[in-house]
Design a protein around this ligand. Structure first.
Ligand SMILES: C[S@@+](CC[C@H](N)C(=O)[O-])C[C@H]1O[C@@H](n2cnc3c(N)ncnc32)[C@H](O)[C@@H]1O
Length: 160
């Protein structure tokens, strides 16, 4: 039976990454799309919807788990152009977004084993989402961080 978490897949944007997973990837300078009332933070600097992180200039090593749904490709495209960071999105490998921003552009990907149980802004962990997730690394160092993170899944280096 589906959880309310899963039923709201198409409308919910506040799907927070489990903090323990991000810690395994090292220290990030910027999360450009952090919740307004975040129960935890993933980066040293954080933009919220009140700043409009998509329009801001990004700096340093970026951790990106973008708002899901329409417009998500703009966030991924911005990270691709920035060239330094790791994104987490659903593993919809057949989509235009994936072909435009990942297969030919990322340095490495990690397909996560099982399903990530994201957090609500309340700080509670949600149920199982309706799709698997993939981490996407831009920049060689980020690909190596992903490879060595110890997160269960299958890592692929996309660039030599
Ligand atoms: C999928 S959640 C991820 C949150 C956080 N990055 C994480 O991984 O735990 C996407 C977040 O983007 C925020 N958001 C939506 N539009 C935004 C915007 N224009 N600028 C900055 N943040 C935005 C939402 O409030 C939400 O917290």
């Amino acid at each position: 039976m589906n959880s309310s978490f899963e039923r709201s897949e198409n409308t919910k944007v506040e799907w927070l990454t489990p903090p323990d997973l991000v810690k395994k990837l090292g220290v990030f300078d910027l999360d450009p799309c952090s919740p307004v009332n975040a129960p935890f933070l993933h980066a040293l600097h954080n933009f919220t919807v009140e700043d409009d992180g998509l329009l801001k200039e990004w700096f340093g090593r970026v951790y990106l788990n973008p708002p899901y749904g329409k417009g998500m490709d703009l966030w991924l495209q911005k990270l691709k152009l920035h060239g330094n960071g790791i994104a987490l999105i659903f593993a919809r490998t057949e989509t235009k977004c994936f072909f435009d921003n990942v297969w030919n552009d990322a340095d490495g990907v990690l397909f996560v084993k099982g399903r990530i149980r994201f957090y609500h802004v309340s700080g509670e962990q949600g149920g199982t989402p309706g799709a698997p997730s993939v981490f996407i690394a831009y920049g060689k160092e980020n690909a190596l961080a992903l490879k060595d993170a110890g997160i269960e899944g299958r890592f692929l280096m996309l660039k030599s």
